[in-house]
Ligand binder design. Structure first.
Ligand SMILES: [Zn+2]
Length: 1015
């Protein structure tokens, strides 16, 4: 809901670009960072070739495979062991993946039983014909298999492995999966672990973080049921993938590209030859079966999928054939060229951004799971939206061709692909701004202290959700910042050079940085380091501005840029009220003076007017005069919503009006403001009763002010409040500090700890209900605890409020009789589904401990809120207010919540329980009325006889009520609140009810309303 600044992107961008580059070039001399490789010299990668034969038996959902791996050691090291990934073993009980899911509260694969879980079992491995024993170094996880090599493999030497295995995908899909006759073989074969400059990358598979593989040649033969339709990495060099029968357009001439690799292909299988398993070349492995052989080069993974129902469509982008496989009935969403067209457009854009696609084809197929996953030449998508296709196709470049280690540097593929996708969106809609909303949302994570450095191993993030936000979204922001620093044209040049230099190789953050530095001539370590390895907060403030007219009539302006945050970015200096940028500061120094010349006198200045530096605090970015109100947006307050802006305060003003017995009408003005919806929330109200007591006896004006979360007190998950008032018969001041304890932003459980101090006193008792207020005041210090817990299938809330204080009385205008007291209340509640109903339960305990009876306003109330808890509400806090009328019972919830009883019943202690059974009649996601609920309720309490008298002489009194009600969930502006209309038909002590029923009958017609939830 953050407002976006509008500016004319086209004209500003261009001038900015030139200016920005010129400025930065002047600022950063072209210096290579020490030790950086200027190119790929010294880079090596292992040489791998797979020949795989795989037979799918659908009766037991098991694939039987054998593979021959030729491996050439191109590293400078001698290898004595060897590793294979067996990814499918992640999707079974006991794996690290399954355990991590369970720890994070999403037990999935640990709960699967045979035959639902996946497996990948190696039955035999030979190295150069010698059988070797597999080891599982991360047991019980078996996603990594290690063997000791019978003979060390010296540099440039080669070896041959042969592996036999059986594999089964899981019925619960995760990247891979099976459902009926559909199989998504995303992981399925023993895959060679990368050996790179960091050694063996033997890394078990976790939910956070994906894959890393050696570039290889794959020669793969599938032996599948005759009617299966196959989508796969590579080209079908022999056999029938089933597309002819599956094609949507009968006239389509399918381009199989069988001769794409002609010059490179091994000779076709000699006819008539039969290997064990009986499947060679295009000839079937038996009745009702067929063999299809796919071949691919320069890919580091090989994925395929079968489904006899697939519908086939085809298109082409230049030399690249686009194949789409979708499900029958999806013609509108996938068919008629929709998915083909979107895939082609993605390929076009990526070629423009990086360079030509190096492979023959791209297959976009509809997988079992939602979302999408990328593999070389194959994207498996749960839908056919442009955003998803563009993101996954982006991975053909960022992961497939520029092959990063996805579990170590996930931001090099995920955030990068999200960035290119957002850039495509900007190109489609000139002037659109993908950056603003992204930056604003990431800022909330930064300000709450949830951000973590994005350059870390997937499983090292706090949890899967943090991994996701950092690796996709905050990383995307990093690429935006890189583009901001470089300018768009240089960014494009960087991407092309990155591609030219590193295509079909393994890339690292340093590889990207070196290219960016080489192309731009800038030193960029500060940018990469801050955004990848730290979580800084950036805040710049404008200092002194001096304008000087030069003899030739031009102007020289000096601007002081003050760095207040721990992070820095180059900061643009422009006009506050027009889209003009004059200069950039480096942002590096604590105080930096930037001088620029202009032909005309510049107007009022502003730092970062385009909101690009991730500056979290824009309240100090504008040059302002004494009576200059331009740093805020002004609006007429609607009372039901309070918008926020990214780059300035929002100030909402409105007249107020309420009335009560003592002053008739009270008129006033309320001003409230906020920054980012969370900081510097200040409210000032001034007003005056137009007649009555207040007019004759009180000072000139009533007032109240509050200041919540001052910017200068910002710290992670902390909140502060200061307030004071003198209005409607009371005077007081309050300070509160609280901090939230929570293990993650996704955690359903949290604990807020607060401390408070307050003074509240009566000022003019004519305003106040004598049943609720004694003339006097209290000074209190207290601790407040709030818990939210998600456990045992329900949401639990609990709170505790413990205060020590002094109470005093005002009699005849004199203050005195100060006495200490302790006051403690505690509440716990939950709501949980119970069949077609929702069961709500609540417990309350409260006690006031002192030598004397409590002042009325500090007694523990039986009925609802205590008078201090309603001080905020002008329609409730005084006698004769809008909702405090003779024939109207308004219920302010709280404390004992015995709603059938009257206000003002309170004593030294209350022990209460409330039970509600709700049934939803209406539930809607939009509109003013969001829900209608009928509810039956019962409230019971044990209470001090000070509150409810007895004639039996006991010190404890049991009271109860019960009835029915209707609740209408309302949504107005930003506010969600219920309208409660309740009928407490039964009250145990009818004389203590707010509604006197003739004959002291316990049963009778009573009703109440409320605009606040009961609990
Ligand atoms: Zn992705």
């Amino acid at each position: 809901m953050l407002a976006q600044r509008t500016f004319r992107a086209t004209s500003t961008e261009t001038s900015l670009l030139h200016l920005g580059i010129a400025t930065l070039l002047a600022i950063f001399p072209s210096v290579q960072s020490a030790g950086a490789e200027p190119d790929t010299a010294g880079y090596w990668q292992q040489e791998v070739r797979y020949v795989i034969h795989a037979s799918l038996d659908e009766t037991n959902a098991t694939l039987s495979g054998r593979e021959a791996i030729s491996y050439v050691n191109r590293s400078p090291d001698t290898l004595t062991s060897f590793f294979l990934h067996l990814y499918l073993n992640a999707f079974r009980p006991g794996s690290r993946w399954a355990d991590r899911d369970s720890i994070e509260g999403s037990p999935r694969f640990n709960d699967l039983e045979d035959p639902d879980y996946a497996f990948e079992r190696v039955s035999r491995i030979e190295v150069n014909g010698v059988a070797v024993a597999p080891e599982y170094p991360y047991a019980p996880d078996s996603t990594i298999l290690r063997i000791a090599l019978p003979e060390a493999l010296v540099p440039e030497d080669s070896m041959n492995l042969s592996v036999q295995w059986q594999a089964r995908p899981s019925t619960l899909p995760r990247r891979q999966g099976r459902r009926g006759r559909r199989y998504d073989f995303a992981q399925w074969y023993p895959r060679v672990v990368v050996y790179d400059r960091g050694g063996w990358q033997d890394h078990p598979l976790y939910p956070a973080g994906e894959f890393y593989g050696e570039f290889a040649t794959y020669d793969v033969t599938f032996d599948v049921a005759e009617d299966q339709v196959v989508g796969s990495t590579g080209v079908p060099v022999e056999g029938d993938p089933g597309w002819e029968r599956a094609k949507a357009d009968p006239t389509l001439q399918i381009d199989y590209q069988r001769d794409w690799y002609t010059s490179l292909l091994p000779p076709p299988s000699p006819p008539g030859r039969r290997e064990e398993g009986g499947c060679v070349g295009g000839e079937g492995g038996g009745p009702g079966r067929k063999c299809v052989r796919f071949y691919a080069e320069d890919v580091h993974h090989f994925a395929w999928s079968v489904n006899p129902e697939y519908v086939y469509e085809e298109g082409r982008f230049e030399d690249v054939v686009v194949r789409v496989l979708y499900l029958p009935g999806e013609q509108a969403t996938w068919g008629d060229g929709v998915a083909v067209g979107r895939t082609i457009e993605s390929l076009r854009w990526l070629k423009e951004l990086f360079g030509p696609y190096p492979w023959p084809q791209l297959t976009n197929l509809h997988r079992i799971e939602g979302g999408g996953t990328e593999f070389p030449m194959v994207i498996m998508d749960g839908g056919a939206s442009m955003g998803l296709i563009l993101h996954e196709t982006g991975h053909q470049y960022l992961m497939g061709i520029l092959a990063n280690n996805e579990w170590r540097h996930g931001f090099l593929d995920e955030g990068f692909s999200s960035f290119q996708g957002a850039w495509w969106g900007e190109e489609q809609t000139p002037g659109s701004d993908a950056y603003a909303s992204l930056a604003a949302s990431i800022l909330q994570f930064d300000l709450d202290g949830w951000s973590e450095p994005i350059n870390r191993r997937g499983e090292d993030f706090r949890d899967f959700a943090t991994y996701g936000v950092m690796t996709y979204s905050k990383a995307q922001l990093f690429y935006f910042q890189l583009r901001y620093v470089l300018g768009r044209a240089v960014m494009r040049a960087v991407l092309r050079e990155y591609y030219d230099r590193w295509k079909l190789k393994h890339v690292t953050p340093d590889a990207l940085r070196d290219v960016a530095e080489d192309v731009s001539g800038m030193e960029l370590g500060w940018l990469f380091d801050q955004w990848l390895n730290q979580t800084p907060l950036i805040d710049f403030a404008i200092g002194t501005v001096e304008r000087r007219e030069l003899p030739d009539g031009s102007w020289e302006t000096s601007v002081e840029v003050l760095r207040k945050g721990d992070g820095w970015m180059p900061v643009e200096i422009g006009e506050r009220d027009r889209p003009v940028i004059y200069a950039r500061s480096t942002g590096l120094d604590r105080t930096e003076t930037v001088t620029f010349r202009t032909a005309e006198k510049p107007g009022r200045l502003m730092l970062d007017p385009r909101v690009r530096s991730h500056d979290w605090n824009f309240t100090n970015n504008r040059e302002a005069g004494l009576f200059d109100l331009a740093d805020a947006r002004y609006r007429l307050d609607t009372f039901v919503e309070e918008p926020a802006a990214r780059d300035r305060r929002v100030l909402s003003i409105a007249p107020t009006l309420w009335w009560n017995d003592a002053s008739d009408a009270t008129v006033g003005v309320r001003v409230r403001q906020n920054y980012l919806g969370r900081f510097d929330k200040r409210t000032l109200w001034v007003g005056r009763g137009v007649s009555g007591v207040a007019q004759t006896t009180e000072g000139p004006l009533d007032f109240s002010f509050s200041w919540e979360n001052p910017i200068f007190l910002r710290s992670d998950r902390a909140s502060q409040l200061l307030e004071g008032w003198s209005r409607d018969g009371t005077v007081g001041a309050r300070a509160r500090f609280s901090r939230e304890r929570r293990s993650s932003f996704t955690s359903p459980s949290r604990h807020r700890v607060g401390w408070m101090a307050q003074w509240v006193a009566t000022r003019q008792t004519d305003f106040l209900d004598p049943a609720l207020w004694d003339n006097g005041g209290t000074v209190e210090l207290g601790r407040l605890d709030d818990w939210n817990l998600g456990a045992l299938g329900a949401r639990w809330k609990a709170s505790a409020d413990a205060r020590a204080g002094v109470t005093y009385s005002r009699v005849g205008g004199r203050t005195g009789n100060a006495k200490p007291f302790l006051r403690v209340t505690a509440t716990g509640s939950s709501r949980r589904p119970l069949g077609a109903f929702v069961l709500g339960t609540r417990f309350f305990a409260g006690a006031y401990v002192a030598d004397d009876l409590p002042a009325l306003q500090r007694a523990i109330p039986l009925n609802g809120a205590d008078p201090y808890q309603t001080l905020e509400n002008p329609f409730v806090r005084t006698q004769g207010a809008l909702l405090v009328q003779e024939d109207l019972q308004y219920h302010s919830p709280g404390n004992g919540n015995l709603r059938g009883f009257r206000r003002g019943l309170g004593g030294r202690w209350v022990l209460a329980a409330n039970i509600e059974l709700e049934r939803y009649l209406v539930r809607r996601p939009s509109g003013v009325v969001r829900s209608v609920v009928v509810v039956g309720f019962a409230d019971g309490a044990l209470v001090d006889t000070v509150a409810v008298r007895t004639f039996s002489g006991t010190a404890i009194k049991a009271v109860s009520d019960g009835g029915m009600g209707v609740r209408i969930g309302l949504h107005v502006g930003d506010l969600n609140f219920p309208l409660r209309i309740e009928f407490p038909f039964i009250v145990s002590d009818p004389r203590e009810s707010y509604e006197t029923i003739p004959g002291d009958n316990r049963l009778g017609f009573r009703w109440l309303i409320s605009l606040q939830p009961i609990f």
